[in-house]
Design a protein around this ligand. Structure first.
Ligand code: CP3
Length: 343
Protein backbone atom coordinates (compact mmCIF):
# COMPACT_ATOMS: atom_id res chain seq x y z
CA UNK A 1 0.00 0.00 0.00
CA UNK A 2 1.14 3.52 -0.78
CA UNK A 3 1.99 5.68 2.23
CA UNK A 4 0.91 8.81 0.36
CA UNK A 5 -1.89 8.14 -2.11
CA UNK A 6 -3.36 11.67 -2.10
CA UNK A 7 -2.84 12.03 -5.86
CA UNK A 8 -4.57 8.75 -6.68
CA UNK A 9 -7.51 9.42 -4.36
CA UNK A 10 -7.93 12.87 -5.90
CA UNK A 11 -7.82 11.35 -9.39
CA UNK A 12 -10.63 9.00 -8.34
CA UNK A 13 -12.71 12.06 -7.44
CA UNK A 14 -12.51 11.49 -3.68
CA UNK A 15 -12.42 14.34 -1.16
CA UNK A 16 -8.98 14.41 0.46
CA UNK A 17 -7.49 16.00 3.59
CA UNK A 18 -5.41 18.32 1.43
CA UNK A 19 -4.63 19.13 -2.20
CA UNK A 20 -1.86 16.97 -3.77
CA UNK A 21 1.06 18.72 -5.43
CA UNK A 22 3.73 17.91 -8.01
CA UNK A 23 5.48 19.99 -10.68
CA UNK A 24 5.88 19.38 -14.39
CA UNK A 25 9.62 18.93 -15.15
CA UNK A 26 10.25 18.57 -11.40
CA UNK A 27 13.32 16.47 -12.20
CA UNK A 28 15.50 18.89 -14.08
CA UNK A 29 18.09 21.61 -14.36
CA UNK A 30 17.03 23.78 -11.38
CA UNK A 31 18.25 20.95 -9.10
CA UNK A 32 22.03 20.95 -8.38
CA UNK A 33 21.82 17.18 -7.81
CA UNK A 34 20.50 16.79 -11.39
CA UNK A 35 23.30 18.98 -12.75
CA UNK A 36 25.90 16.65 -11.22
CA UNK A 37 24.55 13.72 -13.26
CA UNK A 38 24.08 15.96 -16.32
CA UNK A 39 27.82 16.76 -16.25
CA UNK A 40 28.71 13.09 -16.41
CA UNK A 41 26.17 11.52 -18.77
CA UNK A 42 24.47 12.46 -22.05
CA UNK A 43 20.72 13.17 -22.07
CA UNK A 44 19.58 9.92 -23.71
CA UNK A 45 22.15 7.99 -21.65
CA UNK A 46 20.36 9.33 -18.56
CA UNK A 47 17.02 8.25 -20.04
CA UNK A 48 18.26 4.82 -21.16
CA UNK A 49 20.11 3.78 -17.98
CA UNK A 50 17.49 2.63 -15.47
CA UNK A 51 19.72 3.40 -12.45
CA UNK A 52 20.23 7.01 -13.63
CA UNK A 53 16.58 7.57 -14.63
CA UNK A 54 15.52 6.17 -11.24
CA UNK A 55 17.96 8.34 -9.26
CA UNK A 56 16.84 11.50 -11.12
CA UNK A 57 13.14 10.61 -10.74
CA UNK A 58 13.51 10.34 -6.96
CA UNK A 59 15.53 13.56 -6.47
CA UNK A 60 12.53 15.92 -6.21
CA UNK A 61 10.75 13.56 -3.80
CA UNK A 62 13.64 13.82 -1.37
CA UNK A 63 14.57 17.45 -2.02
CA UNK A 64 11.28 19.34 -2.38
CA UNK A 65 8.76 16.84 -1.01
CA UNK A 66 6.24 16.53 -3.85
CA UNK A 67 3.32 14.07 -3.54
CA UNK A 68 4.17 12.12 -6.71
CA UNK A 69 7.17 11.08 -8.76
CA UNK A 70 7.15 11.47 -12.55
CA UNK A 71 9.48 9.18 -14.42
CA UNK A 72 12.59 10.90 -15.79
CA UNK A 73 12.48 10.36 -19.54
CA UNK A 74 11.34 12.42 -22.53
CA UNK A 75 8.43 12.45 -24.95
CA UNK A 76 10.94 12.20 -27.84
CA UNK A 77 11.98 8.62 -27.02
CA UNK A 78 8.87 7.58 -29.00
CA UNK A 79 9.89 9.16 -32.35
CA UNK A 80 13.31 7.63 -31.70
CA UNK A 81 11.78 4.17 -31.20
CA UNK A 82 9.74 4.70 -34.39
CA UNK A 83 12.97 5.05 -36.37
CA UNK A 84 13.84 8.75 -36.44
CA UNK A 85 17.12 10.10 -35.18
CA UNK A 86 16.68 12.50 -32.25
CA UNK A 87 19.51 14.55 -30.76
CA UNK A 88 19.40 16.82 -27.76
CA UNK A 89 21.72 19.74 -28.36
CA UNK A 90 22.86 21.79 -25.36
CA UNK A 91 21.72 25.29 -26.32
CA UNK A 92 19.21 24.37 -29.04
CA UNK A 93 16.99 21.70 -27.50
CA UNK A 94 15.79 18.70 -29.53
CA UNK A 95 16.92 18.29 -33.15
CA UNK A 96 15.64 15.65 -35.61
CA UNK A 97 18.10 15.93 -38.53
CA UNK A 98 15.93 14.03 -41.01
CA UNK A 99 12.31 15.11 -40.42
CA UNK A 100 9.15 13.87 -42.16
CA UNK A 101 8.22 16.01 -45.18
CA UNK A 102 5.83 13.89 -47.25
CA UNK A 103 3.91 10.65 -47.54
CA UNK A 104 6.95 8.84 -48.94
CA UNK A 105 8.97 9.70 -45.81
CA UNK A 106 6.56 7.55 -43.81
CA UNK A 107 8.38 4.49 -45.14
CA UNK A 108 11.16 5.47 -42.70
CA UNK A 109 8.78 5.26 -39.74
CA UNK A 110 7.61 2.05 -38.09
CA UNK A 111 5.33 0.97 -35.26
CA UNK A 112 7.98 -0.63 -33.04
CA UNK A 113 7.84 -3.56 -30.64
CA UNK A 114 7.87 -1.41 -27.52
CA UNK A 115 9.42 -4.15 -25.37
CA UNK A 116 12.39 -4.21 -27.70
CA UNK A 117 12.86 -0.50 -28.33
CA UNK A 118 11.53 1.05 -25.11
CA UNK A 119 12.13 -1.79 -22.65
CA UNK A 120 14.64 0.44 -20.87
CA UNK A 121 11.76 2.72 -19.82
CA UNK A 122 9.85 -0.23 -18.38
CA UNK A 123 13.01 -1.33 -16.53
CA UNK A 124 13.42 2.21 -15.15
CA UNK A 125 9.82 2.15 -13.91
CA UNK A 126 10.26 -1.22 -12.20
CA UNK A 127 13.44 -0.05 -10.49
CA UNK A 128 11.92 3.29 -9.48
CA UNK A 129 8.85 1.61 -7.98
CA UNK A 130 11.16 -0.56 -5.92
CA UNK A 131 13.33 2.35 -4.79
CA UNK A 132 10.33 4.58 -3.99
CA UNK A 133 9.26 1.81 -1.63
CA UNK A 134 5.60 2.90 -1.72
CA UNK A 135 6.31 6.46 -0.53
CA UNK A 136 4.41 8.20 -3.35
CA UNK A 137 2.77 7.15 -6.64
CA UNK A 138 4.72 7.09 -9.90
CA UNK A 139 3.39 8.98 -12.93
CA UNK A 140 4.21 7.57 -16.37
CA UNK A 141 3.83 9.73 -19.48
CA UNK A 142 3.95 10.12 -23.24
CA UNK A 143 3.63 12.97 -25.70
CA UNK A 144 0.30 13.38 -27.46
CA UNK A 145 0.40 12.35 -31.15
CA UNK A 146 -0.01 15.97 -32.37
CA UNK A 147 2.89 17.25 -30.22
CA UNK A 148 5.11 14.38 -31.38
CA UNK A 149 4.16 15.08 -35.02
CA UNK A 150 5.24 18.70 -34.40
CA UNK A 151 8.80 17.57 -33.66
CA UNK A 152 8.84 14.78 -36.28
CA UNK A 153 7.89 17.22 -39.07
CA UNK A 154 9.43 20.51 -37.88
CA UNK A 155 12.69 18.76 -36.94
CA UNK A 156 13.25 21.06 -33.96
CA UNK A 157 11.48 23.16 -31.37
CA UNK A 158 9.53 26.20 -32.61
CA UNK A 159 7.18 28.84 -31.25
CA UNK A 160 4.68 28.34 -34.06
CA UNK A 161 5.45 24.92 -35.66
CA UNK A 162 4.50 26.33 -39.09
CA UNK A 163 5.93 23.36 -41.01
CA UNK A 164 4.05 20.85 -38.86
CA UNK A 165 0.79 22.76 -39.26
CA UNK A 166 1.31 23.17 -43.02
CA UNK A 167 1.99 19.42 -43.30
CA UNK A 168 -1.36 18.68 -41.62
CA UNK A 169 -3.30 21.24 -43.69
CA UNK A 170 -1.76 20.47 -47.09
CA UNK A 171 -1.09 16.72 -46.73
CA UNK A 172 -3.87 15.54 -44.42
CA UNK A 173 -3.69 11.96 -45.65
CA UNK A 174 -0.03 11.63 -44.71
CA UNK A 175 -0.65 13.51 -41.44
CA UNK A 176 -3.44 11.19 -40.36
CA UNK A 177 -1.41 8.14 -41.28
CA UNK A 178 1.49 9.38 -39.15
CA UNK A 179 -0.79 10.40 -36.26
CA UNK A 180 -2.35 6.92 -36.25
CA UNK A 181 1.08 5.25 -36.21
CA UNK A 182 2.12 7.42 -33.25
CA UNK A 183 -1.18 6.65 -31.51
CA UNK A 184 -0.77 2.88 -31.91
CA UNK A 185 2.80 3.08 -30.62
CA UNK A 186 1.79 5.29 -27.70
CA UNK A 187 -1.01 2.98 -26.58
CA UNK A 188 1.37 0.00 -26.51
CA UNK A 189 4.03 2.15 -24.81
CA UNK A 190 1.73 3.42 -22.05
CA UNK A 191 0.30 -0.06 -21.51
CA UNK A 192 3.89 -1.24 -21.01
CA UNK A 193 4.51 1.58 -18.51
CA UNK A 194 1.37 0.60 -16.60
CA UNK A 195 2.32 -3.10 -16.61
CA UNK A 196 5.75 -2.08 -15.24
CA UNK A 197 4.12 -0.22 -12.35
CA UNK A 198 3.08 3.33 -13.35
CA UNK A 199 0.14 4.29 -11.11
CA UNK A 200 -1.26 6.91 -13.48
CA UNK A 201 -0.19 8.38 -16.84
CA UNK A 202 -0.13 11.89 -18.25
CA UNK A 203 -0.43 12.70 -21.96
CA UNK A 204 1.51 15.91 -22.76
CA UNK A 205 0.04 17.88 -25.66
CA UNK A 206 2.35 20.86 -25.22
CA UNK A 207 1.46 22.34 -28.61
CA UNK A 208 -2.29 21.58 -28.67
CA UNK A 209 -3.03 25.29 -28.26
CA UNK A 210 -1.43 26.10 -31.62
CA UNK A 211 -4.50 24.61 -33.31
CA UNK A 212 -7.93 26.21 -33.50
CA UNK A 213 -10.84 24.23 -32.01
CA UNK A 214 -11.77 22.34 -35.22
CA UNK A 215 -8.17 21.46 -36.07
CA UNK A 216 -7.52 20.48 -32.46
CA UNK A 217 -10.39 18.00 -32.73
CA UNK A 218 -9.21 16.69 -36.11
CA UNK A 219 -5.43 16.49 -35.61
CA UNK A 220 -5.13 16.06 -31.85
CA UNK A 221 -8.16 15.13 -29.77
CA UNK A 222 -9.29 12.36 -32.17
CA UNK A 223 -6.06 10.52 -31.28
CA UNK A 224 -5.93 11.44 -27.57
CA UNK A 225 -9.45 10.00 -27.34
CA UNK A 226 -8.17 6.62 -28.58
CA UNK A 227 -5.34 6.68 -26.04
CA UNK A 228 -7.62 7.53 -23.12
CA UNK A 229 -10.17 4.88 -24.18
CA UNK A 230 -7.47 2.21 -24.28
CA UNK A 231 -6.14 2.98 -20.78
CA UNK A 232 -8.80 4.57 -18.61
CA UNK A 233 -10.18 1.33 -17.21
CA UNK A 234 -6.70 0.37 -15.95
CA UNK A 235 -5.33 3.63 -14.47
CA UNK A 236 -6.52 7.26 -14.29
CA UNK A 237 -5.33 9.30 -17.27
CA UNK A 238 -4.32 12.98 -17.06
CA UNK A 239 -4.53 15.00 -20.30
CA UNK A 240 -2.57 18.24 -20.52
CA UNK A 241 -3.18 20.09 -23.78
CA UNK A 242 -1.46 23.40 -23.15
CA UNK A 243 -3.44 26.37 -24.43
CA UNK A 244 -6.37 24.29 -25.70
CA UNK A 245 -8.73 25.51 -22.96
CA UNK A 246 -11.52 25.96 -25.53
CA UNK A 247 -11.79 22.16 -25.77
CA UNK A 248 -11.83 21.34 -22.05
CA UNK A 249 -15.42 20.11 -22.39
CA UNK A 250 -14.52 17.79 -25.26
CA UNK A 251 -11.42 16.62 -23.38
CA UNK A 252 -13.51 15.88 -20.28
CA UNK A 253 -15.82 13.76 -22.45
CA UNK A 254 -12.90 11.43 -23.36
CA UNK A 255 -13.10 9.81 -19.94
CA UNK A 256 -9.82 11.33 -18.73
CA UNK A 257 -9.66 11.57 -14.92
CA UNK A 258 -7.96 14.97 -14.92
CA UNK A 259 -7.18 17.85 -17.26
CA UNK A 260 -4.14 20.11 -17.03
CA UNK A 261 -4.59 23.85 -17.53
CA UNK A 262 -2.09 26.67 -17.89
CA UNK A 263 -2.21 30.17 -16.33
CA UNK A 264 -3.98 31.77 -19.29
CA UNK A 265 -7.39 30.67 -18.02
CA UNK A 266 -8.89 31.21 -14.56
CA UNK A 267 -9.81 28.13 -12.51
CA UNK A 268 -13.45 29.34 -12.50
CA UNK A 269 -13.62 29.63 -16.29
CA UNK A 270 -11.87 26.25 -16.74
CA UNK A 271 -14.34 24.64 -14.32
CA UNK A 272 -17.25 26.20 -16.19
CA UNK A 273 -16.06 24.72 -19.49
CA UNK A 274 -14.83 21.35 -18.19
CA UNK A 275 -17.83 20.68 -15.94
CA UNK A 276 -17.95 19.48 -12.34
CA UNK A 277 -17.05 15.83 -12.76
CA UNK A 278 -13.38 16.12 -13.56
CA UNK A 279 -10.20 16.97 -11.69
CA UNK A 280 -8.28 20.05 -12.84
CA UNK A 281 -4.49 20.22 -12.57
CA UNK A 282 -2.41 23.38 -12.58
CA UNK A 283 -2.04 26.24 -13.15
CA UNK A 284 0.71 28.38 -11.56
CA UNK A 285 2.79 30.46 -13.96
CA UNK A 286 6.28 28.91 -13.52
CA UNK A 287 7.99 32.29 -13.98
CA UNK A 288 6.23 33.55 -10.82
CA UNK A 289 8.51 31.19 -8.89
CA UNK A 290 11.16 33.88 -9.41
CA UNK A 291 9.24 36.20 -7.04
CA UNK A 292 10.40 36.58 -3.42
CA UNK A 293 9.12 33.67 -1.27
CA UNK A 294 6.45 35.68 0.64
CA UNK A 295 4.95 36.74 -2.71
CA UNK A 296 5.07 33.17 -4.01
CA UNK A 297 3.11 32.11 -0.92
CA UNK A 298 0.54 34.82 -1.53
CA UNK A 299 0.10 33.94 -5.22
CA UNK A 300 -0.07 30.18 -4.57
CA UNK A 301 -2.66 30.75 -1.85
CA UNK A 302 -4.75 32.76 -4.30
CA UNK A 303 -4.53 29.95 -6.84
CA UNK A 304 -5.61 27.38 -4.22
CA UNK A 305 -8.52 29.55 -3.10
CA UNK A 306 -9.60 29.99 -6.71
CA UNK A 307 -9.68 26.21 -7.27
CA UNK A 308 -11.52 25.71 -3.97
CA UNK A 309 -9.66 22.70 -2.55
CA UNK A 310 -11.55 19.85 -4.19
CA UNK A 311 -11.01 18.10 -7.53
CA UNK A 312 -7.70 19.93 -7.82
CA UNK A 313 -4.09 18.81 -8.22
CA UNK A 314 -1.73 21.72 -7.58
CA UNK A 315 0.89 22.04 -10.29
CA UNK A 316 2.50 24.60 -12.57
CA UNK A 317 0.84 25.60 -15.83
CA UNK A 318 3.92 24.31 -17.71
CA UNK A 319 7.36 22.93 -16.83
CA UNK A 320 9.57 24.55 -14.18
CA UNK A 321 12.37 26.65 -15.69
CA UNK A 322 16.07 26.09 -14.90
CA UNK A 323 16.60 29.48 -13.19
CA UNK A 324 14.19 28.78 -10.29
CA UNK A 325 15.96 28.62 -6.91
CA UNK A 326 15.32 25.30 -5.14
CA UNK A 327 13.94 27.00 -2.02
CA UNK A 328 11.39 28.81 -4.21
CA UNK A 329 10.23 25.49 -5.69
CA UNK A 330 9.99 24.16 -2.15
CA UNK A 331 7.98 27.23 -1.08
CA UNK A 332 5.44 26.37 -3.78
CA UNK A 333 5.13 22.79 -2.49
CA UNK A 334 5.05 23.81 1.19
CA UNK A 335 2.36 26.44 0.61
CA UNK A 336 0.11 23.81 -0.97
CA UNK A 337 0.79 21.36 1.87
CA UNK A 338 -0.06 23.96 4.54
CA UNK A 339 -3.19 25.33 2.86
CA UNK A 340 -6.69 24.21 3.85
CA UNK A 341 -10.00 25.34 2.30
CA UNK A 342 -11.54 28.48 3.89
CA UNK A 343 -8.19 29.68 5.29
O1 CP3 B 1 8.50 16.23 -15.63
C1 CP3 B 1 9.55 15.60 -15.35
O2 CP3 B 1 10.33 15.94 -14.46
C2 CP3 B 1 9.83 14.31 -16.10
C3 CP3 B 1 10.73 14.40 -17.19
C4 CP3 B 1 10.35 15.08 -18.49
C5 CP3 B 1 11.34 15.63 -19.36
N1 CP3 B 1 10.74 16.02 -20.51
C6 CP3 B 1 12.77 15.73 -19.04
C7 CP3 B 1 13.60 16.66 -19.80
C8 CP3 B 1 9.12 15.21 -19.14
C9 CP3 B 1 7.75 14.84 -18.65
C10 CP3 B 1 9.39 15.79 -20.42
C11 CP3 B 1 8.34 16.04 -21.41
C12 CP3 B 1 8.64 16.83 -22.60
N2 CP3 B 1 9.79 16.81 -23.36
C13 CP3 B 1 7.73 17.70 -23.23
C14 CP3 B 1 6.31 17.93 -22.78
C15 CP3 B 1 6.24 18.86 -21.62
C16 CP3 B 1 6.59 20.28 -21.93
O3 CP3 B 1 7.50 20.80 -21.28
O4 CP3 B 1 5.92 20.89 -22.78
C17 CP3 B 1 8.35 18.26 -24.35
C18 CP3 B 1 7.74 19.26 -25.32
C19 CP3 B 1 9.65 17.69 -24.44
C20 CP3 B 1 10.68 17.92 -25.48
C21 CP3 B 1 11.91 18.49 -24.91
N3 CP3 B 1 12.80 17.79 -24.12
C22 CP3 B 1 12.40 19.80 -25.06
C23 CP3 B 1 11.71 20.91 -25.85
C24 CP3 B 1 13.62 19.88 -24.37
C25 CP3 B 1 14.59 21.03 -24.35
C26 CP3 B 1 14.12 22.16 -23.55
C27 CP3 B 1 14.47 21.99 -22.10
O5 CP3 B 1 13.59 22.15 -21.26
O6 CP3 B 1 15.63 21.72 -21.82
C28 CP3 B 1 13.83 18.61 -23.75
C29 CP3 B 1 14.92 18.23 -22.86
C30 CP3 B 1 14.58 17.78 -21.48
N4 CP3 B 1 13.60 16.89 -21.16
C31 CP3 B 1 15.26 18.15 -20.27
C32 CP3 B 1 14.67 17.44 -19.24
C33 CP3 B 1 15.04 17.45 -17.79
C34 CP3 B 1 16.46 19.07 -20.19
C35 CP3 B 1 17.66 18.29 -20.61
C36 CP3 B 1 18.91 18.83 -20.05
O7 CP3 B 1 19.42 19.79 -20.61
O8 CP3 B 1 19.38 18.25 -19.08
Amino acid sequence: MLQNDLLLRTLRGEKTERVPVWMMRQAGRYLPEYMVLREKYGFFERCQTPELACAITIQPIDIIGVDAAILFSDILVVPQAMGLEVQLIESKGPVLPDPIKSLSDLSRVRIPDVNESLGYVFDAIKLTKKELNNRVPLIGFAGAPWTLLCYMVEGKGSKTFDKAKAFCYTQPEAAHQLLQMITDTTIAYLKGQIAAGADTVQVFDSWGGLLGPDDFENFSLKYIRQIVAALKDTVPVIVFAKGAWYSLDAMAATGAAALGIDWCITPAKAREIAGNNIVLQGNFDPVKLLLPIPEIKKEVTKMLNDFGGHNHIANLGHGIIPSIPVDHAKAFVDTVKEWRPNN
